[in-house]
Design a protein around this ligand. Structure first.
Ligand code: 3PG
Length: 209
């Protein structure tokens, strides 16, 4: 991918999808991700603590923080105001894409059907989230879509796990995968950051193979 922010986000080909319920956990989580050699986070806008967490994490120069579960322009704007360096959306919204582009922030919208992918191509997008990947056909679907949409790269998310990570990463059209398995919300809530560091390190090593 030519965008420098996304190149950094995808350096290990894994994007941790995080849910933070208490923004006091944001900086320790940032430290845990950095210690696990996975210095990137897609903070989902699913909790009241998400924006404050993005703001806190964006102060860390050695971590790249983005926002996930961006459903509309208001959320996109709030996330960018908080310091999100990239946006991820489960679906394709022309308005969200425009809001991100206005500020030069890379956006990865979701698309899973040929019609959605063609709509994304019409918007000039070549990098798409594929969510929920397991439900929408997983590796087999990505291979079939890849043979039709040669110029499109995907970030499958939703159902990616240590058990199928290698299979997803082996698909030529897959730029990176997203997933929450290395950042369990229960571990974040419990302040069990050593576990998160360990899970990240394991995932990074697995993706490098
Ligand atoms: C997402 O927002 O991309 C998903 O919630 C991540 O899916 P997972 O929990 O199955 O990894």
């Amino acid at each position: 991918t030519p965008d420098p922010i996304l190149a950094e986000a995808f350096a290990r080909r894994i994007v941790p999808v995080v849910v933070i319920n208490d923004d006091s956990n944001a900086l320790p989580l940032a430290d845990a991700l950095i210690a696990g050699d996975l210095p990137v986070a897609e903070v989902t806008l699913r909790t009241p603590a998400a924006l404050a967490s993005i703001a806190a994490m964006s102060t860390r120069a050695d971590l790249l923080v983005g926002a996930g579960t961006v459903l509309n322009v208001a959320q996109a704007t709030a996330a960018m105001d908080a310091g999100a360096r990239f946006l991820v959306s489960p679906g394709l919204s022309r308005d969200v894409v425009a809001a991100a582009r206005e500020r030069g922030v890379p956006v990865i919208p979701g698309a899973v059907t040929p019609t959605e992918i063609m709509a994304a191509l019409d918007m000039g997008l070549g990098l798409l989230k594929f969510f929920p990947a397991g439900i929408y056909g997983g590796v087999a679907a990505l291979k079939a879509l890849g043979s039709v949409f040669g110029g499109v790269s995907f970030v499958p998310t939703g159902g990616v796990s240590p058990g199928n990570l290698a299979e997803f990463l082996a698909v030529p059209s897959v730029a990176a995968v997203g997933g929450s398995w290395m950042v369990p919300a229960s571990a974040v809530d419990a302040g069990d950051f050593d576990t998160i560091t360990q899970l990240c390190a394991t995932a990074v090593a697995q993706a490098a193979n």
